[in-house]
Design a protein around this ligand. Structure first.
Ligand SMILES: *[C@@H]1O[C@H](CO)[C@@H](O)[C@H](O)[C@H]1NC(C)=O
Ligand SMILES: *[C@@H]1O[C@H](CO)[C@@H](O)[C@H](O)[C@H]1NC(C)=O
Ligand SMILES: *[C@@H]1O[C@H](CO)[C@@H](O)[C@H](O)[C@H]1NC(C)=O
Ligand SMILES: *[C@@H]1O[C@H](CO)[C@@H](O)[C@H](O)[C@H]1NC(C)=O
Ligand SMILES: *[C@@H]1O[C@H](CO)[C@@H](O)[C@H](O)[C@H]1NC(C)=O
Ligand SMILES: *[C@@H]1O[C@H](CO)[C@@H](O)[C@H](O)[C@H]1NC(C)=O
Ligand SMILES: *[C@@H]1O[C@H](CO)[C@@H](O)[C@H](O)[C@H]1NC(C)=O
Ligand SMILES: *[C@@H]1O[C@H](CO)[C@@H](O)[C@H](O)[C@H]1NC(C)=O
Length: 810
């Protein structure tokens, strides 16, 4: 080696330059086990970004929605499809494998087949669990070690068996494959066949989606490598036979589907046995094709290296300075980002419902959760994927008739509130996503939500459209003879429909549809019809909260109903607040918290709440008294809404408080609620990045990042956006922005738009330990439909009112 080059390298390494450039690997900060207990319900196993194959050990926990849990429960098998972070019933987890080192006395009937009873052999020490992006490993108390990795449709499992009980030699391992799923939803006439020569197992069964209507058929194809086949057969209930190679099985009249499946037994051999399983919604033949094409060589290292590299490539655009910062913060950040790319899942080429050249994504679970943080986050870091998802949503509208609010396992899921795919489309549209999206059809889809009531609005569109158009809100106990659904959530549906209409009006404006623009802008004000001036909110002990004027249920004849503003809040553990027929007029949240959900017109809301000072104290009270529930999505935007009342510093304080209290990288707890397919992870990542989106608008609210600086490279334009904290304090005592520059010029607005990312701008924030008047003038406030009034005397606010610029085009 040339010595001058050598010395130059030494200098670079010693000054840390080379080291920093080449050793920073975001994957070292990803812990997939965060949220695998305590209700996070995350999928902790092996998958590619948006992959269909998701391999993990499933447990018999009552909280096994994502398959694996680290909460003291037992492993029941290793299955290859999952959802992540969801509530509802456990999702997927079909066709689990389960290994035994031996069947006692060489008798297959002395191995235990049914899922419930074999859990006894699924104990494990949580210290043996190794989860990394792209791989998952665990050692059962039986001594069997299982490692798994995946490609897009195929899972590769590597089972290593301990020496058998009779000393030294390995036994005759048996691996079974079960025709069931996590929630025991298998329907009639499942079938399985094992080829005695090759050991290939193929099968098909019909299952139910975990939070929706209908059913779906799934096929699989499994091959083994690593040991010679001794024999094979099928099992039914707890009995097995090597004489029978094929089985068609009933669900049976009992709730628990009859256990059934196939198995392969292997000759003694010391080496590991590899099991390669592919699934397909098309056919067993298609599953086998996937398997042969994607993992031809059964090379575990090659597959896991490729999976790891796929994740590294996805994380690469986001680089934060770790200097001085508690590593747990970095782990919370990158682990949150990791979880945003587990679902939605790319089922392109795997949709048997219609034929199309458009992409097909599934596991939008649910858009009520995803629209606020996850999809906006991906719009920054992976716009190509979001573009494909939008095309898929629009194609679903083309073929099913409606945009989904929730969709899983090829079926319609239940709508939780508004037609929030409208927000998703508007968000992508105003941020300039293109890439082959047919915006003409996209616009037709959102207009259909606003104009046509579905017969069953359980699962698409909106209910109560006649009332919406005649009285201007969703009445409690509405009369609706055109469409049918659960007649609850009248307040939250009204608030969400109003925002959905605003999103449509923005699209209309940019598409030059002036009539529609005005029409939907008008109805986006319908939220005001449920505001009841003067109404008090009392604590359970009768003490006044001190705030007046709340949203309330209203009958169709305009008479007010009543719902305690604290009902269904974080503090209310007794009310029924989800989709039950006895549910409340707000969905999974209180009137207190929903009372801030007017994302498009904070100025008018501030006026209704008595001006900026009263708004600020109400918002602070919501958080200080734990009325807000950071473990559920409606709270997300409220953390940052102080920006609209000219107190951006309070948003920063609130954000720090929630991230520190709610998001601990302690595994396996560490999340304040269901991750909801990455919505919670995206919330943490965006909060820590310091740019929180008001989803559906081209607006990001600025707070200081939790790091000295952050670099985000747009994968589309290749430009790098930078946010720098000057005077950064890793102990977070200095979280107040004193002044800022954008591309070197003084910047006083408390928000930026999406061009910040696509054009790669640089925002430098100067921090201090006290609130300043940065971002407090009316001209600095984020856009609002109504005009800001009553700001006289507010901190640092110099202008009284002012029609804001912004809403370019509206
Ligand atoms: C899980 O399986 C173990 C072992 O069979 C059993 O003791 C435990 O009760 C099961 N847990 C649940 C929630 O069914
Ligand atoms: C299941 O198979 C049986 C026997 O072939 C048939 O009679 C029955 O109709 C099938 N049921 C369904 C739901 O396909
Ligand atoms: C498996 O893949 C790894 C990594 O690509 C490679 O180094 C190794 O040679 C492969 N092994 C076999 C047996 O082909
Ligand atoms: C961010 O970008 C700047 C400017 O290119 C560079 O100096 C810094 O090292 C980058 N930070 C990280 C964490 O990559
Ligand atoms: C880092 O954060 C963790 C988790 O919040 C905490 O337990 C630990 O004490 C912190 N370490 C330091 C050096 O502050
Ligand atoms: C989705 O999957 C298809 C087929 O496997 C692939 O061609 C496409 O690139 C994937 N799309 C994204 C956004 O990952
Ligand atoms: C009533 O409850 C609220 C909220 O917990 C509390 O702040 C207040 O002090 C209580 N009042 C009395 C009189 O106990
Ligand atoms: C309006 O309807 C509600 C619910 O049916 C009823 O209780 C109330 O008396 C009605 N008000 C008027 C003024 O008719």
């Amino acid at each position: 080696m040339d010595m001058s080059l050598f010395f130059a390298l030494c200098w670079l390494v010693s000054t840390g330059k080379l080291l920093a450039q080449h050793t920073f690997d975001p994957l070292t900060y990803v812990d997939p086990l965060i949220g695998s207990s305590n209700g996070g319900n995350v999928f902790a196993g092996a998958t590619l970004p948006y992959g269909m194959a998701k391999a993990v050990a499933d447990t018999n926990s009552s909280s096994n929605q994502g398959g694996f849990t680290m909460d003291g429960s037992q492993v029941t098998g290793f299955s290859m499809m999952h959802d992540s972070g969801t509530g509802g019933n456990p999702s997927l987890g079909n066709f689990a494998l389960f290994p035994y080192t031996d069947c006692a006395g060489g008798d297959v009937n002395r191995c235990v087949f049914p899922k419930r009873s074999r859990a006894e052999f699924g104990g494990f020490d949580s210290n043996t669990v190794v989860a990394k992006p792209g791989t998952f490993g665990i050692t059962l108390d039986s001594g069997i070690q299982a490692k798994m990795t995946t490609t897009q449709h195929v899972s590769l499992f590597k089972f290593t068996f301990p020496p058998s009980a009779d000393g030294g030699q390995s036994g005759q391992p048996l691996i079974l494959q079960d025709l069931t799923d996590l929630s025991d939803s298998r329907q009639d006439n499942a079938s399985v066949t094992v080829d005695p020569k090759t050991g290939r197992i193929t099968g098909t069964a019909r299952f139910l989606p975990s939070f929706g209507t209908g059913s779906f058929v799934l096929h699989f194809c499994t091959d083994f490598r690593g040991a010679d086949i001794l024999d094979s057969g099928v099992f039914v209930n707890s009995r097995a036979s090597t004489a029978v190679k094929t089985l068609a099985i009933s669900r049976s009249i009992n709730g628990y589907p009859l256990p059934g499946g196939a198995f392969v037994r292997f000759r003694s051999g010391a080496g590991p046995i590899l099991a390669r399983t592919a699934t397909s919604f098309i056919s067993t033949a298609r599953a086998c094709q996937h398997a042969e094409k994607e993992i031809p060589e059964f090379n575990f290292t090659a597959v896991s290296d490729a999976a790891t590299e796929a994740w590294r490539a996805k994380m690469r655009p986001i680089r934060v300075s770790t200097q001085g910062v508690n590593a747990s913060m970095v782990t919370t950040f990158y682990s949150g980002i990791y979880r945003t790319m587990i679902s939605p899942q790319n089922y392109t080429g795997e949709n048997p419902l219609w034929s199309s050249s458009e992409p097909y994504f599934d596991s939008f679970y649910c858009i009520w959760d995803l629209f606020r943080s996850q999809l906006p986050f991906l719009t920054i870091t992976d716009p190509t994927a979001v573009t494909a998802m939008i095309r898929s949503l629009i194609d679903t509208y083309r073929h099913v008739g409606w945009l989904p609010d929730c969709r899983m396992s090829l079926n319609k899921g239940f709508t939780q509130g508004g037609s929030n795919a409208d927000v998703v489309l508007a968000d992508a549209y105003v941020k300039g996503l293109n890439g082959g999206i047919n915006w003409h059809d996209g616009y037709a889809a959102v207009v259909k939500d606003a104009e046509v009531e579905p017969y069953d609005w359980c699962c698409e569109g909106r209910g109560g459209l006649d009332s919406w158009k005649s009285v201007g809100y969703i009445p409690v106990q509405d009369f609706d003879h055109k469409g049918f659904g659960t007649m609850t959530r009248s307040i939250s549906r009204t608030l969400e429909y109003a925002y959905n209409d605003f999103c449509i009006s923005q699209m209309a404006a940019r598409l030059g549809k002036t009539h529609d623009q005005h029409k939907y802008r008008e109805s986006s004000g319908n939220w005001q019809n449920l505001f009841k001036d003067g109404l008090n909110s009392l604590w359970w002990n009768g003490t006044e909260t001190g705030f007046q004027g709340f949203f309330q249920p209203r009958f169709r004849n305009k008479t007010w109903g009543y719902q305690d503003p604290l009902k269904c809040s974080n503090l209310d553990k007794s009310s029924v607040c989800a989709l039950e027929t006895s549910g409340a007029e707000t969905f999974e949240s209180s009137i207190w918290e929903y009372g801030f959900f007017v994302p498009h017109d904070q100025a008018t809301l501030i006026t209704l709440y008595g001006g900026p000072a009263a708004f600020t104290s109400r918002l602070a009270y919501l958080h200080a008294h734990n009325i807000a529930h950071i473990g559920n999505e409606p709270s997300f935007l409220t953390v940052f809404q102080h920006h609209y009342a000219a107190r951006p510093g309070l948003s920063a304080v609130q954000s720090h408080r929630h991230i520190r209290a709610g998001f601990q990288p302690t595994r396996p707890g560490g999340l304040p609620g269901n991750d909801d397919s990455g919505a919670m992870g995206a919330f943490a990542a965006l909060a820590m990045l310091g740019l929180f989106p008001n989803a559906g608008q081209d607006v990001y609210l600025i707070t200081p990042p939790f790091f000295a600086h952050a670099n985000i490279t747009s994968p589309v334009t290749g430009r790098t956006a930078r946010i720098v904290n000057a005077n950064f304090d890793p102990a977070y005592r200095r979280v107040y922005i004193q002044s800022a520059t954008l591309n070197g010029r003084a910047y006083t607005k408390s928000w930026v738009d999406h061009s910040f990312f696509t054009e790669g701008k640089e925002l430098v924030l100067v921090l201090g330990s006290a609130e300043s008047d940065w971002g407090t003038r009316v001209d600095d406030l984020p856009p609002s439909l109504g005009s800001y009034g009553g700001f006289e005397g507010g901190r640092g606010v110099t202008k009284r009112t002012g029609e804001l610029e912004g809403w370019r085009g509206v």
